[in-house]
Design a protein around this ligand. Structure first.
Ligand code: GSN
Length: 222
C-alpha cells in the first residue's frame, strides 16, 4: 500500500468533491478508484467494503471511512481545518451544514426530470442568493476578517469557496450582490494548495456532462 488515502466513488463531483477539496487544501496526495458500472458498486458492497453499502468511501489510516460528513470531519480535524476550540467548531459546523444543504441542491439538479428542471433551477438560485449567500456575506462583514471563523483557514472557507465556484458555473454573475464573497473567493483561491487544485490537471472534477449523468443514474438510481 502506498500510504496515500484512496477514494472510492464515481469519476465525478457529487458527494466526494468536498473530500477532494479538503485533502487538496491540506496538501495530501490521494489515489482514486472509480466506480464505472453498477457491477463495480455491487462488488464493493459484496466484498464488505462499505459499512452502509454506500459511497463515498475513503480508505485511510487503516480505516474504511464512510458517510461524507464523518469523512470530512476526520480529515478536517487531522489537518487542523476545524477551528481551535469547541465554540469555533460549533460555528464551523453550522456554516458547513448550510453549505452541505446547498451543495445537495446543486448536485441534484442534473438528475431532475426534464420537465422539473426549470422550477428546480429557480428554487436553487433563490435559496443560494436569498438564504445562504447573505449569511456568509454578513459573517464576513460583521467581523471584518479574512476567514469565516477564528481568523484562520478552516474547512468552512474551503467548502464555501467550492460552492461559490459551483454556483457561478450555474449562473455567472450570481455573486454580483455579494462584494465580500467576491473578495473572499479571490483571497481563498490564492492559497497555494488551493491555487494548485484550481489549475488544470489537478484532481478537481469538472462539471458533469449528459453522459456522466446517465452513468450515475444507472449506477445509483436504477
Ligand atoms: O453522506 C453520505 O455519505 C450518505 N449519507 C449518503 C451516501 C449515498 O447516498 N450514496 C449513494 C450514492 S449517491 N451519492 O453520493 C450510494 O452509495 N448509493 C448506493 C446504495 O445502494 O444505496
Amino acid at each position: 500500500m502506498s500510504g496515500k488515502p484512496k477514494l472510492y466513488y464515481v469519476n465525478g463531483r457529487g458527494r466526494m468533491e468536498p473530500i477532494r477539496w479538503l485533502l487538496a487544501t491540506a496538501g495530501v496526495e490521494f489515489e482514486e478508484s472509480f466506480i464505472e458500472t453498477k457491477e463495480d458498486l455491487t462488488k464493493l458492497q459484496k466484498d464488505g467494503f462499505l459499512l452502509f453499502q454506500q459511497v463515498p468511501m475513503v480508505e485511510m489510516d487503516g480505516m474504511k471511512l464512510v458517510q461524507t460528513r464523518a469523512i470530512a470531519n476526520y480529515i478536517a480535524t487531522k489537518y487542523n481545518l476545524y477551528g481551535k476550540d469547541l465554540k469555533e467548531r460549533a460555528l464551523i459546523d453550522m456554516y458547513v451544514e448550510g453549505m452541505f444543504d446547498l451543495n445537495e441542491l446543486l448536485i441534484m439538479y442534473e438528475i431532475q426530470p426534464a420537465d422539473k428542471k426549470e422550477q428546480y433551477f429557480a428554487n436553487m438560485m433563490d435559496k443560494a442568493t436569498n438564504r445562504y449567500f447573505p449569511v456568509f456575506e454578513k459573517v464576513l462583514k460583521d467581523h471584518g476578517k479574512d476567514f469565516l471563523v477564528g481568523n484562520q483557514l478552516s474547512r468552512a472557507d474551503v467548502q464555501l469557496l467550492e460552492i461559490l465556484l459551483m454556483a457561478e458555473e450555474f449562473k455567472a454573475g450570481i455573486l454580483a450582490r455579494f462584494p465580500l464573497l467576491q473578495s473572499f473567493k479571490a483571497r481563498i483561491s490564492n492559497i497555494p494548495t488551493i491555487k494548485k487544485f484550481l489549475q488544470p490537471g489537478s484532481r478537481r472534477k469538472p462539471p458533469s456532462d449528459e453522459d456522466d449523468v446517465d452513468k450515475v443514474i444507472k449506477i445509483f438510481f436504477s
